[in-house]
Ligand binder design. Sequence first.
Ligand code: AMP
Ligand code: MG
Length: 492
Amino acid sequence: MRSPRFHHTYAVDLPERLYAHTDPSPVSAQRLLELNEPLATELGLDIGWLRSSEGIEMLAGNRFPAGVRPIAQAYAGHQFGNFVPQLGDGRALLVGELADTSGRLRDVQLKGSGPTRFSRNGDGRAALGPMMREYIVSEAMHALGIPTTRTLSLVATGEHVYRETKLPGALIARVAASHIRVGTFQYLAVREDIDGMRALADYAIARHYPDLAGSPNRYLGFLEAVVAVQAKLVAQWMLVGFIHGVLNTDNVAISGETIDYGPCAFMDAYHPATVFSSIDHQGRYAFANQPRITVWNLARLAEALLPILGDDAGGDDQGFELAKAAIGSCQAYYEAEFHKGIRHKIGLFSEKPGDLDLAAELLDLMARNSADFTLTFRDLAHEIDGSGRARNHFIDPTAFDGWAARWRERLAREPENAADRAARMRAINPKYIARNHRVEAAIGAATNDGDFGPFHRLLTVLARPFDEQPEMEEYAQPPADEGRVLQTFCGT
Ligand code: AMP
Ligand code: MG
């Protein structure tokens, strides 16, 4: 059995003002509840070792292999529009980086590992429920093909945490391309730490956008690259009905991965104004606001980078103009991704005038008829011959008929045959999403009865979201009215 060999490039390459060496607080009765074996393999980890008492001690934050020096990372962030100059890992520690099987460095971070210099008034711990939610939803996102942090393990601490009630404690090991956030740059900008900013930008470029390394315009190129990956990411969320819930700048990763699964949710019935988070009173992070908020968050990154963008541009004014242009391109990137995606969702793989109107009309009808987002698109593949399956998701099914007639006329002009088209549509429109009522049921069973059966079943079904899984049909269904989850909580 082989213990892992961690790298510590963040700590070695970057100034100590960006982090604090911190030991985790040991827990009393750790128990490995779930290990993500495919991910462990991808990270070159020895599964036997991970399951050994030494491995579990590491995943619980009790004891690390020799040489490992964990750190809490510093960052700032705009939370619901208000700038907070110091946030940072208040309940997480970066164990180190592992080179995965493709040679890419991936962060391994423990979340729920105890207090740090950045904990403010928090206890540094996490409750089982929110850690299960992050595990389920992050792995579901990955299976949908959407860039995301992953979850390697779930460990019970054997201790309680105190929120509104007493809850079982847990921690996860989160795996990320990196944990560098828009807020990490803001942390340096507000301190006018220009040297730190150059060092962080160069580090981020080397890790995520190595083609830019050494180029004279690399900082502008970096901003443009982050704009492009974030625009694409939010388009992918919008195409599966995902609501992040807390799109603060500290929860935006410059790698382009989805990060920080708090009060996130997938929509059941489609409505653009949908909000789940109990703390989002103004609907700032409502479903349809996400593209706009992403532009706003990227503008905060541009602002932070301004002092070093002038390096490239030959002056601060030029730097400002170039940053403005980069942010201005975000909407166009987003629309290109979203428009292509939404055309494909309705089976239009060639491009004709009027296609986007047709898609917009469907979304509008879905909103007015409380149609289930996921199943309406999924069942369109069965509507080509008029089976009525998509139609039945509309409160007024006749409202669908007029649209469907025009849609079929348009489909007749597609080059592909109907069977091929239906197969392609099924590979794009998932059948299984992490529905809230299922996530809550899994958390409830585990928290109240120590029953992890529903959690395992949910992970299993969500690992193959595009496949028909006849024995799992109930997991595809939206909740009955009384089972609907109306709010989700941060659980911090
Ligand atoms: P989040 O809402 O999870 O993105 O967290 C926002 C900030 O609050 C981050 O700096 C977290 O580290 C911190 N935080 C959240 N929960 C806790 C906790 N239980 N103890 C200490 N810090 C926390
Ligand atoms: Mg966060």
